[in-house]
Design a protein around this ligand. Structure first.
Ligand SMILES: C[S@@+](CC[C@H](N)C(=O)[O-])C[C@H]1O[C@@H](n2cnc3c(N)ncnc32)[C@H](O)[C@@H]1O
Length: 672
């Protein structure tokens, strides 16, 4: 049993009494979806990852122009402005981070964890009142982490490095000492509470740590809120975290509200930054007063076992949220790992199909991971497309399985909702887009290459649409997938609009998109749905519109469901795998097949996914003006719907919402 070391006389605060209890946050009042649960909150501490120290401002995380000067040592921070330098450099020099050993021992945590912990220590008393929580109320998980074989050596090494740097800073000669408990507790708290700060391309630039207003929000795999980070230069604006009245949540311990005063006490006590990446929490579901507000700490498009292992690996806890504990498993979790198996030679009840399924899934998943890694490092999009499509199309044959009845042959394929298939679609959409751009860069005349480039762009748009459709199907049964749906609908819209904009159309169609109207968006105003109203309002959704979200969604779906059959065959023509899909939005046939045939028979006509080759005639359809306009209209619909979902998840000022407005503005310019 580890003893609590109290090194100074203490006034007993609520933390000594409640420190071991689990904190959570509950809604102060009913909330509609798309509401700010917290205002933008400033961090207690933050740091860039090592690999971005020489390319990004250490204070505001903005990217720096390439420097003509020789590389600066890694521990010297760079700034984009005088304001950033004068705000941040005093913290850098007093935190002792430049005195951390270079390089760090291999067992140490990331140096961004150590820098964040050292900076946090600046505003922390010189001793721990107890090991469970920092004095500002943040959970340390000290006992859990230091008894884990994976974390314990890292935390120890990291704390030793931090303590050594602090001693050097204070002029104490470096010596072996085991007095690094405070460093260990603070480092544990960083590991437990810090979040990744990503740029608009999803690259993780660094980490940031927030006060209890954010850090007491627990995880759920079916969360009712999401968070967004935004980076901006230092400002004189005071932290709104100090004002608990603007928070839509109150802390609660063991299900019992513990009052706003505690929150004030513990956020005011800590001297947070007056600048740095801000975090905002928004509701993505309707939340009732008193309901616990949760966010996700992991990727929700992973099946249960992967989420659980990720959470264990990062935080050492086992999630028992409603989605994880559903029995039978939630539909979305079954869909994310469903793979079809067909016994090609003869049927035998003696196979342990699950055993083969697990093995095959592992092999296919390794294959996809390797292909994607190779694509990212070598950058050969053509080989990536060939490999992924052959895997999706042909699946994996396991031949000559020995059974009681003799030998057999199995074929395994992913269903379109399988998380690996979704990853493959994302990669394929991007690889085809790159192939198209590369070809266009090489050939400016309308020739064979331009046509090829157009085909690549067409296939890219088809994969984006399939990805959006498959994710939407999952979103209909698990509404917290709204964040993924927002990204994928936006991407699908953008790909379709890029395709509609291609100059290749001009060599096939006599008339271009009508340009007589002031705005083609207005010209193609949809009489069936209210998406254009949202467009007119520059994607700002009133509370009434957010309350009417289900109707907006179903109007959107009705519209695209009617329009997609007019373009789908054209989009997928020439791509064997995509041609097996009747419709990228309607998966009823597949779900029916799945439920009624546990081990589907490839000869069954309902089982289109497997036998579909025989069902489709591969006709290349002509490039008509009508087709172009329909592609354009579906593109506008998908972009606007993506914009609505982005507004709900991230608010109007977010990068994604601004991106959607930008896409639509470009469309207006293009058709003018
Ligand atoms: C950022 S803190 C959340 C607030 C925390 N409950 C507290 O008492 O301060 C993250 C830690 O809370 C715990 N936690 C969060 N969500 C959880 C969940 N769904 N199930 C179990 N533990 C959870 C884990 O220990 C995790 O490392």
């Amino acid at each position: 049993m580890i003893q609590i070391r109290i090194t100074s006389p203490l006034t007993l605060t609520n933390w000594e009494i409640r420190g071991r209890k689990k904190m959570e946050m509950r809604a102060k009042q009913d909330m509609e979806l798309g509401e700010e649960v917290t205002p933008p909150l400033l961090p207690l501490s933050f740091s860039l990852h090592d690999s971005f120290l020489s390319s990004h401002c250490s204070s505001c995380f903005s990217s720096l122009p390439p420097s003509p000067l020789p590389p600066i040592p890694r521990h010297v921070p760079l700034y984009c402005s005088l304001a950033c330098s004068s705000s941040h450099s005093p913290i850098h020099s007093s935190s002792a981070e430049s005195l951390l050993p270079q390089p760090l021992p291999p067992t140490c945590p990331d140096s961004s964890d150590l820098r964040t912990a050292l900076r946090l220590l600046l505003s922390h008393p010189s001793s721990c009142s107890h090991l469970y929580r920092l004095n500002n109320g943040l959970l340390s998980n000290y006992h859990k982490l230091t008894s884990s074989p994976e974390f314990a050596p890292k935390i120890r090494q990291g704390a030793i490095a931090m303590a050594a740097a602090r001693k050097l800073q204070n002029g104490v000669e470096e010596e072996q000492s085991d007095d690094f408990l405070l460093e260990e507790v603070v480092l544990c708290s960083v590991i437990t509470n810090a979040v990744e700060v990503q740029d608009e391309n999803g690259r993780s630039l660094g980490i940031a740590l927030y006060g209890p207003s954010f850090s007491w929000i627990n995880h759920s795999c079916s969360p009712n809120a999401c968070y967004q980070l935004s980076v901006s230069p230092p400002t004189a604006t005071p932290s709104r975290e100090d004002s608990c009245s603007t928070l839509g949540i109150v802390p609660s311990v063991s299900g019992e509200e513990c009052g706003v005063c505690n929150c004030v006490q513990h956020t005011k006590g800590s001297k947070g930054y007056k600048y740095g990446p801000k975090i905002t929490v928004r509701s993505i579901k309707r939340i009732k007063k008193g309901e616990e507000v949760c966010v996700s700490y992991t990727d929700l498009l992973q099946p249960k076992a992967m989420r659980q292992s990720d959470l264990w690996f990062k935080y050492q806890f086992t999630c028992s949220c409603s989605r994880c504990s559903a029995s039978p498993s939630a539909y979305v979790d079954r869909a994310l790992e469903e793979i079809s198996d067909s016994n090609l030679l003869f049927s035998s009840s003696h196979f342990d199909l699950n055993l083969y399924k697990d093995k095959t899934t592992k092999m296919l998943s390794d294959y996809v991971d390797e292909t994607i890694t190779e694509f990212l490092s070598v950058g050969d999009p053509e080989s990536c497309c060939r490999k992924l499509e052959s895997m999706l199309n042909l699946g994996l044959h396991i031949e000559q399985l020995e059974s009681k009845d003799g030998k057999s042959q199995l074929n395994f394929k992913f269903y379109p909702f399988h998380h690996i298939a979704l990853n493959a679609y994302t990669t394929l959409a991007s690889a085809y887009r790159i192939r198209s751009t590369d070809l266009l860069a090489l050939h400016s005349r309308i020739d064979e290459c331009q046509l090829k480039a157009f085909d690549m762009s067409r296939t890219s748009a088809a994969y984006s649409l399939l990805l959006a459709g498959a994710t939407h199907h999952l979103f209909c049964s698990e509404s917290s997938l709204i964040v993924s749906a927002a990204n994928f609908w936006t991407n699908a819209g953008e790909s379709l609009l890029t395709l509609a904009r291609s100059c290749v159309w001009n060599s096939f169609v006599k008339v271009g998109l009508p340009i007589s109207e002031r705005s083609a968006v207005v010209k193609h105003r949809c009489s069936e749905c209210s998406l254009m109203d949202v467009f007119d309002a520059k994607l700002i959704l009133s509370q009434a519109q957010r309350a009417n979200f289900e109707n907006i969604s179903s109007d959107f779906l009705d519209c695209v469901t009617n329009m997609i059959p007019k373009i789908w065959r054209f989009l997928v023509c020439g791509c064997d795998y995509l041609e097996t899909f009747e419709d990228p939005l309607d998966f009823k046939w597949l779900v029916r097949a799945w439920h009624s045939h546990a081990y589907a028979n490839p000869d069954d006509e309902d089982f289109n996914f497997v036998t579909v080759d025989s069902l489709f005639q591969h006709h290349a359809e002509s490039y008509t003006n009508e087709k172009r306009i329909n592609i354009y209209k579906v593109g506008i619909h998908c972009s606007l719907y993506g914009g609505i979902l982005s507004y709900i998840c991230y608010g109007q000022k977010s990068h994604l919402t601004a991106h959607v407005l930008n896409i639509l503005d470009n469309v207006e310019n293009f058709v003018h």
